[in-house]
Design a protein around this ligand. Structure first.
Ligand code: NAX
Length: 326
C-alpha cells in the first residue's frame, strides 16, 4: 500500500460532489493500492449538509478512505493536498447570461488559486469543473503563478465522452472502439469535437458514418447535451460529470495509452493558432504526470474555423475577467 494521497473536492456538498466523492473513495481514480484522505471544501452555509455527506462516506466503510477533513474555506481545505477537484461554483440560474455567471464565479477562483499556491503540496494537480471552467482555470492559475505552468487544467472530458458515446451508438459499436476523439476549445457550445481525426476500430470515422450526420446532428447533440439533460432530468449532469472528472485525473495520474490521446483544457502556447495564455482544450498525451499537446494534426478550413471561433469566445471571456487576473 502507498502512503495516502490528499485529495480536495470543492463543492463537496453539491450534486457532482456527491457522485464524485464515493467514486474517489472506492478507488476508481487512483487504483486499489492508493489510499486517500478526502479534503471536502464548502462554503459556511453548506457545512451542515457536508457533515451528512461525511457520515455517509464513513458508513460506506471504504478500505481506501484513510481520513476525511472538512473546511469552509480553501486555505484550510487545501493544506497539503496533492490533487484538487475544483467543482464548487454557482450554477447558471434562470435568466442568467454566461457573462453574469463568469463574473459571479470568477472571484471564487482568485481565492482558490492563491490557496493552492500557498497551502497545497508542491506536486499538486488541479482540475477545474465549475463553470465557466476554462476561464475559471485561467483565473485560478493566474493567481497561483508559483505553481509550474499546466498544473491547473479544466475539464472537457465530459464533452469528449459524450462525443464518443454518440459515435459509438450511431455506428453500433462499443465506446471502447472509438479512438482519438479530441475536443478543441471552450467547454461551451462553441467547442469543436473533432470527428475528422477520430477513429472507429482504428479506421477514420468518416469511413463508417455519414458526413452530413457528423456535421449536423452529431455536432448539435454534443454541444447541447447539457441542456437536454436538464430538460429531461430537471437537474444538470452530475454523475456523468463526476465520472468525466475521474477520467480526467486518472489520465493525469496513470498517463495515456500508447497512440491514444485525451481532451484537456490546458494553457495554450499558440498551438493551432490559438492565442497563447488561454486555457484551451486540446488533444493531449500524458506520461509521468506531464501532458504534451498533440501537435501537427492537419486541419482543413471547416475545423480551422471552429477552432478559431472557440478561441475568440475565450478571448472575450478573458476580457470580462481582466480585473481578476494577476
Ligand atoms: P451544485 O449547485 O449542486 O453544487 C455546487 C456546490 O458548490 C454547492 O454545494 C455550493 O455550496 C458549493 N460552492 C459554491 N461556492 C463555493 C466555494 N467558493 N467553495 C466551495 N464550494 C462552493 O452544482 P453541481 O451540479 O455540483 O455543479 C457544480 C459546477 O459544475 C457548476 O458550476 C456546473 O456548471 C459545473 N459543471 C461543469 C461541467 C463540465 O463539463 N466542466 C459539467 C457539469 C456541470 O454543469
Amino acid at each position: 500500500m502507498n502512503s495516502p494521497l490528499r485529495v480536495a473536492v470543492t463543492g463537496a456538498a453539491g450534486n457532482i460532489g456527491y457522485a464524485l466523492l464515493f467514486r474517489l473513495a472506492a478507488g476508481d481514480c487512483y487504483g486499489m493500492e492508493q489510499p486517500i484522505i478526502l479534503h471536502m471544501v464548502e462554503i459556511p452555509p453548506a457545512m451542515k449538509a457536508l457533515e451528512g455527506v461525511a457520515m455517509e462516506l464513513s458508513d460506506a466503510a471504504f478500505p481506501l478512505l484513510h481520513g476525511i477533513e472538512m473546511a469552509d474555506n480553501p486555505n484550510d481545505g487545501f493544506k497539503g493536498v496533492n490533487q484538487a477537484f475544483l467543482v464548487g461554483a454557482m450554477p447558471r440560474g434562470a435568466g442568467m447570461e454566461r457573462a453574469d455567471l463568469i463574473q459571479a464565479n470568477g472571484p471564487i477562483f482568485v481565492a482558490q488559486g492563491k490557496a493552492l499556491e500557498s497551502a497545497a503540496a508542491a506536486d499538486v494537480h488541479a482540475v477545474v469543473v465549475g463553470n465557466p471552467c476554462n476561464t475559471n482555470a485561467l483565473i485560478c492559475s493566474s493567481n497561483a503563478r508559483g505553481l509550474p505552468a499546466g498544473r491547473i487544467t479544466a475539464m472537457t472530458r465530459l464533452d469528449q465522452n459524450r462525443a464518443v458515446s454518440q459515435l459509438a451508438n450511431k455506428a453500433g459499436v462499443l465506446a471502447s472502439d472509438i479512438g482519438r476523439m479530441a475536443v478543441y476549445g471552450n467547454h461551451s457550445p462553441t467547442m469543436f469535437p473533432d470527428f475528422l481525426h477520430a477513429t472507429i476500430k482504428g479506421q477514420p470515422v468518416a469511413d463508417t458514418l455519414d458526413q452530413a450526420w457528423l456535421e449536423g446532428d452529431f455536432m448539435t447533440t454534443v454541444a447541447k447535451r447539457g441542456s437536454a439533460i436538464i430538460k429531461a432530468r430537471g437537474a444538470s449532469s452530475a454523475a456523468s460529470a463526476a465520472s468525466a472528472a475521474i477520467d480526467h485525473m486518472k489520465s493525469v495520474w496513470h498517463g495515456t495509452a500508447d497512440g491514444e490521446w485525451v481532451s484537456m483544457a490546458v494553457p495554450s502556447r499558440g498551438e493551432y493558432s490559438v492565442p497563447a495564455g488561454l486555457i484551451y482544450s486540446y488533444p493531449v498525451t500524458i506520461s509521468n504526470r506531464a501532458y504534451q499537446i498533440v501537435e501537427g494534426i492537419e486541419h482543413g478550413q471547416y475545423a480551422q474555423k471552429k477552432i478559431a471561433a472557440s478561441a475568440d469566445e475565450l478571448v472575450r471571456e478573458r476580457d470580462l475577467v481582466a480585473d481578476l487576473l494577476a
